[in-house]
Design a protein around this ligand. Structure first.
Ligand code: PMP
Length: 400
């Protein structure tokens, strides 16, 4: 029996709630621009924080590797897909993260699902921040561990839950370093102290901190000077590093264990040489380009300062992720549509990505943007804010 009416019913329900999603063809361009059809926008919604996706060094590395070795890996890493560039890349990651070793996965999503489901066995307890990324949540679902969710960044609550756990089995604490929809930081120093006090394993997802925080872009642990105090650091090449792929950095034993146990590594085809070569170039460029991080934060501070001055309500961010809080889903969709008309690509973030009533516009500048770009972005925000204020019947509530 054909059940396609079920699919239509779900889509109709999503439409009714303003939650329907669809895919839109776009082309990423240099200087933080994006094209859709014949229209050009300032892209304030990507995670390409340093603008590396368009950098000549990465492009050349990928093209050269493709010419030499072709486009596909041919098999999983354990069969015959483990190109020699993997070794160079993993050695670079370990140095970048200050760990003994590292292992590359096909994406950050697969790194999280792989590491969590491999480590958390039956009888283990997993303690997870309530705002952790979906890939962490899915990794926990794929594992045999028992889940305990602690309130966002609430270390007292985490300790309370840890003290109630059964004596047997491992205790595993998992957190994002930068929360992707809010831009705030995990209290990593306290988490490290809790790791020592309770003898638990600490897994952190450094996706949005890698390339962004720390002197050489090494992430939150480097920023706080506590490198070496974390059991497993997950990262991705898909954000500040401008490309594709994920990784886990940690001890030699952890990495050997993952090669033998992480199903998303074992049962999926290896990355192609082009991506491995681009990722090596990305780490080198990131480590050697503090100026890109300065530009990123200059642009971010310009936006933050002026949006707050205009009266927009911004969440408690400490990173280039700027959450412009709106509340109602329909209002976030309307605001994003108005900004799009003014030439800014920003996206409304709606449930279930954020809690009900927590719809927002997530804004991210990049090092690829110029100070003039920030001025024109702010001019668009002013125009939209004024239009909203002058039309009493269209109130954007918390957004202004
Ligand atoms: N962790 C976090 C915090 C993320 O934001 C993302 C991407 N949205 C991922 C993991 C997954 O990384 P990737 O896109 O490389 O699969």
């Amino acid at each position: 029996m054909n059940d396609h009416h079920f699919f239509r019913q779900v889509i109709n329900n999503l439409h009714a709630q303003g939650l329907n999603r669809f895919l839109q063809p776009v082309v990423q361009l240099p200087e933080g621009r994006i094209a859709s059809g014949d229209k050009l926008f300032l892209n304030l919604s990507s995670n390409d924080y340093l603008g590396l996706s368009q950098q000549p060094e990465l492009k050349e590395a990928a093209i050269e590797a493709t010419r030499r070795w072709g486009v596909g890996a041919g098999a999983s890493r354990l069969i015959c897909g483990n190109h020699e560039l993997y070794e160079q890349l993993e050695e670079r990651i370990a140095r970048f993260k200050g760990t003994a070793a590292a292992v590359v996965f096909a994406s950050g999503y697969m790194a999280n699902t792989g590491v969590i489901s491999a480590i958390a066995a039956k009888g283990d307890c997993i303690f997870s921040d309530e705002l952790n990324h979906a890939s962490i949540i899915d990794g926990i679902r794929m594992s045999r561990g028992q889940l305990f969710v602690y309130r966002h960044n609430d270390m007292d609550h985490l300790e309370e839950l840890l003290s109630l756990r059964p004596a047997s089995g491992k205790a595993i604490v998992i957190t994002d370093c930068v929360f992707s929809m809010d831009g705030d930081l995990a209290p990593l120093e306290r988490l490290v102290a809790i790791r020592k006090k309770y003898g638990c394993l600490l897994i952190v997802d450094d996706a949005h901190a890698t390339g962004v925080l720390g002197r050489s872009g090494g992430g939150l642990a480097e920023h706080l000077n506590i490198v070496g105090e974390i059991d497993a650091t997950v990262g991705t090449f898909s954000k500040a590093l401008g490309s594709l792929g994920g990784f886990v950095a940690g001890s030699n034993d952890l990495i050997d264990f993952l090669v033998n146990r992480a199903r998303s590594l074992i049962f999926s085809t290896a990355l192609p040489p082009s991506i491995l070569a681009a990722n090596i170039a990305a780490i080198d460029l990131t480590v050697n380009s503090p100026r890109l991080r300065e530009k990123l934060f200059d642009n971010t501070h310009t936006l933050l300062y002026n949006l707050r001055k205009m009266g927009f309500q911004i969440g408690p961010t400490e990173t280039p992720i700027i959450p412009l809080m709106v509340g109602e889903t329909a209002k976030a969709v309307l605001l994003a549509a108005q900004l799009l008309k003014e030439g800014l690509l920003v996206k409304p973030i709606r449930p279930p990505t954020v809690p009900n009533g927590g719809a927002r516009i997530r804004i991210t500048a990049s090092a690829a943007h110029s100070p003039e770009d920030m001025e024109s972005a702010l001019a668009a925000f002013i125009k939209v804010a004024e239009a909203v204020k002058s039309r009493q019947n269209v109130s954007l509530g918390a957004a202004l």
